[in-house]
Ligand binder design. Structure first.
Ligand SMILES: [Zn+2]
Length: 204
């Protein structure tokens, strides 16, 4: 038998870390003890780690060869160096894969920035550039933050509940968009985009 629903719970306005939930989005409340094994202490929930911090063995690129999309925010690309025994073709596969991975996160960032703007966060944003432009436009430094974090603009606190609230709202939007797209006839890929193939390159 299903448990009887309790009285309609009031939606929380603040996360457990004390940050305001974005107005208009469904707040995600995390059971930290269950999901991380660490119960929130007097200082709030466990901190989010901005891994990976160590990019010292990698090279950064500002140019994308395989993902051409001027509409998404620019995330600096980080790649391992080409190994001496690695063919150019194999390295190209690797680069195409990583570029796609960064691109997907840049698309997420773009949607999260727009959602944050629609929620009215830009007006009170702690980043000057967001307040000046009236929209959330900041981009994190991918040399200091992994993709999983860089898809949230720097004006967003590293607060799992706030981040999840945005991520799930984006997920919902993308599901809706996919359903709409599925109804439309197939389109050819945009001109000028190279065919990116996927081949797993094991870490050296
Ligand atoms: Zn902002």
């Amino acid at each position: 038998m299903r448990p009887k629903p309790g009285p309609a719970a009031e939606k929380p306005r603040l996360s457990q870390a004390g940050n305001p939930y974005p107005p208009g989005l469904e707040p995600v409340v995390i059971d930290y003890r269950r999901s991380t094994g660490i119960a929130p202490g007097p200082d709030g929930p466990p901190a989010v780690k901005p891994w990976p911090a160590d990019r010292s063995f990698m090279v950064s690129f500002d140019t994308y060869l395989y993902e051409a999309d001027p509409d998404v925010p620019h995330l600096t690309l980080w790649l391992e160096r080409q190994r001496p025994d690695e063919s150019d073709e194999r390295y190209a596969h690797y680069r195409a894969d990583i570029e796609h991975h960064f691109h997907v996160h840049a698309v997420m960032l773009m949607i999260i920035q727009r959602l944050a703007t629609v929620c009215g966060l830009a007006a009170t944003c702690r980043e000057h550039v967001c307040r000046r432009q009236g929209s959330c436009v900041g981009v994190r430094d991918t040399g200091r933050f992994g993709h999983a974090i860089a898809m949230y603009p720097p004006c967003m606190p590293l607060d799992l509940e706030i981040m999840e609230t945005f991520r799930q709202a984006v997920r919902q939007l993308l599901d809706e968009w996919e359903r709409e797209e599925a109804k439309r006839p197939a389109q050819p890929p945009p001109a000028g985009v190279k065919e990116a193939t996927s081949e797993w390159r094991s870490p050296g």
